[in-house]
Design a protein around this ligand. Structure first.
Ligand SMILES: Cc1cc2nc3c(=O)[nH]c(=O)nc-3n(C[C@H](O)[C@H](O)[C@H](O)COP(=O)(O)OP(=O)(O)OC[C@H]3O[C@@H](n4cnc5c(N)ncnc54)[C@H](O)[C@@H]3O)c2cc1C
Length: 329
């Protein structure tokens, strides 16, 4: 290659949004460094994805097909990514900061004896030295840390939703490389026994344009039923603070924040959420934050564009009424 290699993951017979985000990162690196972008795609029956990867910016596609890659398995993915890196010799490997990237990234860095940057939100070239540097949130989003790799290759995971998917360039082509995968079942230390797909009704939290989120102030699962009603009327998704998910009021997958999901909606409605730094770390990409809280001193108002000091239920009920009138839903 050498240049950037991104791991392009698939789900339900399509490329994931996370894959497109890391391709956007690869394209940005190409613009900064003038180096090509390779995409590694692992699984079974992947041919249909190859033209799409070119259209979204890949110059090369490394297609690795094997029966043991049919379902994601950490050992298998790390081993095959290592094989692809040995062939492609990239300077940078980018993975999404999702459960796959968080598992494969460090393992791959170890195998490559590479540097590792976790959950970067951006990168650029330092003006004086022309050296690449990454920015990532630290202290729960209170400060930004700048990391400059001293040696290459570097494996890095991108914080989800920190980058927008690139625009598709129809008809763009590149080089397809079919990888001869060397993988034995005996090499794998774990086996996937069952995949349980969480049922998602309506919009996915990470992709929602409107997020209606509740915290401890909502006081229980019944409160979230009201928020779900509001989300339904305004076509949003429901999120929660860790206080609400830890209390078991809503599933853990609804948690927004440092140890939950990062969201970047146009509108984030925070009901009864204090605005702890760990929560705010997950909403830094939100374009507009509206906070509803009884405490006028709640820290959430520091990051909100609009605040309502008042009881969450009174505001949510009124909003449901008004939005129903406006939308006719
Ligand atoms: C390592 C680590 C990781 C963490 N990761 C996350 C994370 O990913 N996401 C996350 O959310 N948290 C995370 N936390 C927890 C975080 O520090 C806070 O404890 C949590 O966000 C608080 O949730 P909350 O705002 O719902 O609850 P609280 O802080 O208890 O706030 C409740 C708010 O509700 C208001 N309120 C009360 N009654 C009403 C009412 N009737 N109407 C309106 N408002 C009302 C109160 O004034 C208060 O501001 C993490 C903590 C640690 C240590």
């Amino acid at each position: 290659m050498p240049g950037t290699l991104v791991l392009a993951t698939t789900e339900n017979a399509g490329l994931t949004r996370n894959a497109l985000e890391v391709l956007a990162g690869g394209k940005k690196l190409r613009a900064l460094l003038g180096e090509p972008v390779g995409a590694a795609i692992l699984g079974r029956e992947l041919s249909a994805h190859v033209p799409l990867l070119f259209a979204y910016g890949a110059d090369q596609v490394y297609r690795a097909e094997h029966q043991l890659l049919e379902r994601y398995q950490g050992d298998a993915f790390a081993s095959v990514m290592h094989q692809i890196c040995q062939r492609a010799q990239p300077n940078m490997v980018l993975l999404a900061g999702d459960s796959i990237g968080r598992e494969v990234g460090p393992r791959l860095a170890n195998r490559l004896k590479a540097g590792f940057v976790a959950d970067f939100v951006d990168f650029d070239l330092e003006a004086a030295s022309g050296r690449l540097r990454f920015t990532r949130q630290t202290y729960g989003g209170k400060a930004m840390a700048v990391m400059q790799p001293k040696a290459f290759p570097v494996v890095a995971t991108a914080k989800l939703r920190a980058m927008e998917p690139p625009t598709k360039e129809e008809g763009r082509t590149g080089e397809e490389i079919v990888v001869d995968v060397a993988l034995e079942a005996s090499q794998l230390k774990t086996r996937v026994l069952e995949k349980i797909q969480e049922e998602v009704t309506g919009v996915k939290l990470e992709d929602a344009k409107i997020v209606v989120s509740g915290g401890r102030g909502v006081r229980g699962p019944e409160g979230f039923k009201v928020l779900e009603q509001l989300a339904q009327v305004i076509k949003g998704a429901v999120g929660a603070s860790r206080a609400a998910t830890d209390a078991g009021w809503v599933p853990p997958s609804w948690q927004v924040g440092q140890t939950g999901k990062s969201v970047s909606p146009d509108l984030y409605l925070a009901f009864g959420i204090s605005g702890a730094t760990q929560h705010v770390a997950g909403i830094s990409g939100a374009k507009n934050i509206v906070a509803i809280n009884t405490d006028p001193e709640a820290p959430i108002y520091k990051v909100a564009q609009l605040g309502v000091v008042g009881d969450w239920k009174a505001v949510a009920t009124k909003l449901i009424e008004s939005c129903k009138e406006l939308t006719g839903r």
